[in-house]
Ligand binder design. Structure first.
Ligand code: 5GP
Length: 183
């Protein structure tokens, strides 16, 4: 069996990468979405092992120290990382694995998994990104301000990725992602 592919989808928080990934999975059930590990508290309705593996900061440090994460990053005061073993197992079984991760971690993938295809989702503009973050209603004003500040720095790094896709229209953005993955 030939090896599968690793696809890292990144972009600033609020850009719509979660929605795009959900649509992509609905259309292509053969894709495997990696479940990340995080130290942040579960939000209402989030399920352990499905949305995230929720761990303590000490446990997260152990995962880093023992090389069990393919990448990791600190984001808005919490840690997030991709469990290495599950991803590698799926890829060896020939599956295409998706990561939906923030930008610093996606940058590390270039070193830890050079064959990966790294896609960067851009907002049409920063004002639209701010509106989307507010509409989501999950974050405090302080968290929104931090996420926006970080988003501006992240957008400057977009050219380091293999493909840049502007999420102005969901269907068009989805078609471009499909084209990049399945071409
Ligand atoms: P949230 O707290 O809203 O679920 O996620 C915050 C950010 O962390 C999002 O941009 C999300 O894509 C990112 N994220 C989720 N899992 C991972 C991961 O395993 N690694 C990295 N680097 N970022 C992640």
């Amino acid at each position: 069996m030939s090896s599968g592919q690793l696809i890292a989808i990144t972009g600033p928080s609020g850009v719509g990468k979660g929605t795009l990934v959900r649509l992509l999975l609905a259309r292509h059930p053969e894709l495997y979405l990696s479940v990340s590990t995080t130290t942040r508290q579960p939000r209402p309705g989030e399920v352990e092992g499905q949305d995230y593996y929720f761990v303590s900061p000490d446990r997260f440090k152990t995962l880093i120290a023992t090389g069990q994460l393919l990448e990791w990053a600190e984001y808005a005061g919490n840690y997030y990382g991709t469990p290495r073993e599950k991803v590698e197992t799926q890829i060896h079984q020939g599956r295409t694995v998706l990561l939906e991760i923030e930008v610093m971690g996606a940058q590390q993938i270039k070193q830890t998994f050079p064959e990966a295809l790294r896609l960067f989702i851009l907002p049409p503009n920063v004002a639209e990104l701010e509106r989307r973050l507010r509409d989501r209603g999950t974050d405090t004003e302080d968290a929104i301000a931090k996420r926006l500040q970080r988003a501006k720095a992240e957008i400057e790094l977009s050219t380091e990725f293999n493909v840049q896709i502007v999420n102005d229209n969901l269907d068009q953005a989805l078609a471009k992602i499909e084209q990049a993955i399945f071409n």
